[in-house]
Every structure is written in structure tokens, then in C-alpha cells.
Design a protein around this ligand. Structure first.
Ligand code: URA
Length: 431
């Protein structure tokens, strides 16, 4: 086949700060997917993009080229479809109560999710702690479940944006992950290919997130929303706090238990507040802005939808969740106000305890994780339990304790209540 471009010219153009043409962008992604552009050439181009950036038009086209490397899911569902994506946080189990809640309010939620890598957990890993639950569904089964129940959380198929999968693995080993256009195009290629009619993004801000500051997170949120708009997908983003874990539970089974608490009207305030804030945005995009998700949550119907959603994928919603073999309690070092409970420190501790994986092929422990027994701003007495570390492998506890070092601060000089937001929502970005 005659190739219209040479990869080296495209790399050089971006290296020198040029703007790539739509034809160059389409070709380079297609040729990379076909193996004509070699891994080392794509690595050089990714680094050039990392250093030089891409303008909004280039970013949107790069995203489109990644979508075109695979198939788009054709969702034939009678109700409006709307999806949510979180950029990843510690204790972020929001998908679990959110999908059945929004489904109960009248929209259909196709949530094609991934497994966790590093200190943020994966939704599929959490759900797999439910006895019998299966992540793998055919496109036909996804469509049927969406029509019947209105919510599906399952593994993304290999046919969605395969160029992104290849490129993400390459970025991982070439120090080119932390680039706004590359992160945004990677996320949006998968979400647009999934075929939902609207998308709400939860862009996390803080130590446990990709973006440490609100300004950086705003840039990512705007880039994500602009890509959605350029592709005709109504998209909104909430910027939400990730300086401390969301809720009390961090891990797999512990997070499922907390999600069930939310659906039964008993969840922690911050998890409930974020679930409702995201549900409102999703329902507005789905044309159901008149439905109050708070009233629906209080009715208990969303819990019924959860049970049906879990059962449809082979899970037993009534089965007891796995319990850890070993629980280690971390006590407050002194009396005062808990000023810091750092999200990243707790996330890494849960990962070390066995809740997360180092390499993609590693197994995870269903019962491993951390339960946080106090929130920043709370007054604690010396010796009071602050955290429970759950694991089946007690020899992992020292590594978890090392990860927590510096991540917990108690001050006797702080005021009794440092301002802890009742809701983690910091800002909203709409197109
Ligand atoms: N998540 C993705 O899907 N892609 C990235 O590049 C970063 C986070």
C-alpha cells in the first residue's frame, strides 16, 4: 500500500512546534494501528506532543482518529443514554450507586469500565468482590440489560478505540502519560466510541488525582468538554475534591458495602452528595432534569435496580461480602483535630494491602482495603482508632504503614472544625 506520509516528517513537524493537519493526524493513528508506524516512532511523537502540546482542533481530530481505529457501540435503547467518567480517585465508588440511581430516574447508563492500576481502584475489581458477578458481557447482552434494567457496568470490549490501548501502554513506559491532550483524547476516544447520548465527567483535584491543583484540573476539564462538543456529544464536567478519600471505604468489597449503604439511604454525606450532584447533571443531559434523584434515592427503588443489575450479571446481591483474614488498627497519634488524611497515602496503603495491582496481570484481594474512621476537621482523642487496615496477607501491613507516613496529621492548635466541604463539588465546566 502506498503511504501518503512518512512518520519521520510528522514527528519532526511536531517536535519543531508545528500544527499537524487533519490528514496527518488521521494517517499517523491509522498507520500506527496497522503497525506501519513503529512503536519507537509513536513514542517519539507522543514525547513531541507531550512537550509541544496540541491545539483544540488537533486534539479533537487525534481523538477521532483513535475512535476510528475500532468500532462504535451501537446502542439501540428506547430511553436516552448517558454515561459518567471519573478521572480516578481514592475511595471513588460513585459509579456503583450512580448507575442504578440514574436508571431508576428514567435514563439508561452504559458504563464500560476498567480495572485498577496503581493507587486508584477499578470499578470492575470492586464489583468482582460480589460472589458470582461477571464483568464480561457481549454487545448483545449489554443492549438487552440496558433496555430491561437501564444500567450496565461491565468490561469494555477490545474493539473500542484499540489505538488508545496500544498508545496508553506505550505512554506508560515512555513518561508521556501526564499530558493534557493525550489524557483527554484517551478518555474521550473510549467514551465517544461507547455511543452514549451524553457524558458527565468527574474531574478529580488533589493529592489522590492526576491533577493536583484546581487550575490544572480546570484545563483538563475544558479540554475534555471541548472534545465532546467537537464530536457532537453533550458533555459536562464537575471538578471535585480528591485531597482526602471519598467516604470511609477504600478497597474492593468495603467499597461495595458503602455503595449499598448509599442506596439504602445510609451512606456517608460526601458520597451521597457527589452521587446526587452527578445524577442531576446526567439527568439534565438525558432530558430528565425535572426528576429529583434525592427523592428517588430515598424511595429505595434505586436499591431494587442495583439488585437487578447485579443479578443480571450472575451476582448475588444478598450474599455476604468477603471479610479480611487480618485487621490492623491505626490509632490517632495525639489528641487534637485531624487536619490531614491524605488521599494518595491512603490509596497507596490500600494498594499495598492487596486491593490494587502493580502489573495488569496481578490478582487483587477482594477483602483488602482501608476503612477511614474519621474525616479531616474531626476532633480525635489520642489512641482512638483512625483507620482499619484490611488484608489477607498480614506481612503487607508494614508497607501500608510506611505509605501512610506523613499522610495523617493531628494538630492541637487547629480550630475544632476546619472547613470540610459537605460536598466534594468545587466547580462545574459546561460547553
Ligand atoms: N485514563 C485514560 O483512560 N487515559 C489516560 O491517558 C489517563 C487516564
Amino acid at each position: 500500500m502506498h503511504e501518503p506520509f512518512a512518520a519521520v516528517d510528522i514527528i519532526r513537524a511536531k517536535r519543531d512546534g508545528g500544527t499537524l493537519t487533519p490528514e496527518q493526524l488521521d494517517w499517523v493513528m491509522d498507520a500506527y494501528t496497522r503497525g506501519v508506524v513503529a512503536e519507537e516512532q509513536m513514542a517519539a511523537l507522543a514525547m513531541a506532543v507531550f512537550l509541544r502540546g496540541m491545539d483544540p482542533a488537533e486534539t479533537a481530530r487525534w481523538t477521532g482518529a483513535m475512535i476510528d481505529s475500532g468500532e462504535r457501540l451501537a446502542l439501540h435503547v428506547s430511553r436516552p443514554t448517558v454515561d459518567k467518567h471519573s478521572t480516578g480517585g481514592v475511595g471513588d465508588k460513585i459509579t456503583l450507586p450512580l448507575a442504578p440511581l440514574v436508571a431508576t430516574c428514567g435514563a439508561a447508563v452504559p458504563q464500560l469500565s476498567g480495572r485498577g492500576l496503581g493507587h486508584t481502584g477499578g470499578t470492575l475489581d470492586k464489583l468482582e468482590s460480589i460472589p458470582g458477578w461477571r464483568a464480561q458481557l457481549s454487545a448483545h447482552a449489554i443492549g438487552r440489560q440496558l433496555e430491561d434494567i437501564g444500567a450496565v457496568v461491565c468490561a469494555a470490549t477490545d474493539t473500542l478505540a484499540p489505538a488508545d490501548r496500544k498508545l496508553y501502554a506505550l505512554r506508560d513506559v515512555t513518561a508521556t502519560v501526564e499530558s493534557v491532550p493525550l489524557i483527554a483524547s484517551s478518555i474521550m476516544s473510549k467514551k465517544i466510541a461507547e455511543g452514549a447520548g451524553g457524558l458527565v465527567l468527574d474531574v478529580k483535584v488533589g493529592s489522590g488525582a492526576f491533577m493536583g491543583s484546581l487550575d490544572e484540573a480546570r484545563v483538563l476539564a475544558k479540554t475534555l468538554v471541548d472534545i465532546g462538543t467537537a464530536h457532537g456529544l453533550p458533555t459536562r464536567a464537575l471538578l471535585t475534591d480528591m485531597s482526602t478519600p471519598l467516604g470511609a471505604a477504600v478497597g474492593n468489597a468495603v467499597e461495595v458495602a458503602e455503595a449499598v449503604d448509599v442506596l439504602r439511604g445510609e451512606g456517608p454525606d460526601d458520597v451521597v452528595a457527589l452521587t446526587l450532584a452527578l445524577a442531576r447533571e446526567m439527568l439534565a443531559l438525558a432530558g430528565h432534569g425535572d426528576v429529583d434523584p434525592g427523592t428517588v434515592l430515598a424511595s429505595g427503588e434505586a436499591y431494587e435496580t442495583w439488585c437487578r443489575m447485579i443479578s443480571a450479571q450472575g451476582g448475588d446481591p444478598d450474599a455476604p461480602l468477603p471479610k479480611p483474614d487480618h485487621v490492623h488498627v491505626v490509632e490517632a497519634p495525639e489528641t487534637g483535630v485531624l487536619t490531614t488524611l491524605d488521599a494518595r497515602a491512603v490509596g497507596v496503603a490500600a494498594w499495598r494491602l492487596g486491593a490494587g495491582r502493580e502489573r495488569k496481570e496481578d490478582p487483587v484481594q477482594a477483602a483488602a482495603g482501608v476503612r477511614c474512621l474519621a474525616k479531616p476537621g474531626e476532633r480525635v482523642e489520642a489512641g482512638r482508632p483512625l483507620l482499619e487496615l484490611h488484608t489477607d496477607t498480614p506481612d503487607a501491613v508494614p508497607a501500608a504503614l510506611a505509605a501512610l507516613e506523613g499522610g495523617i496529621e493531628v494538630s492541637d492548635a487547629a480550630p475544632d472544625r476546619t472547613p470540610w466541604p459537605a460536598t466534594p463539588v468545587l466547580d462545574t465546566v459546561r460547553s
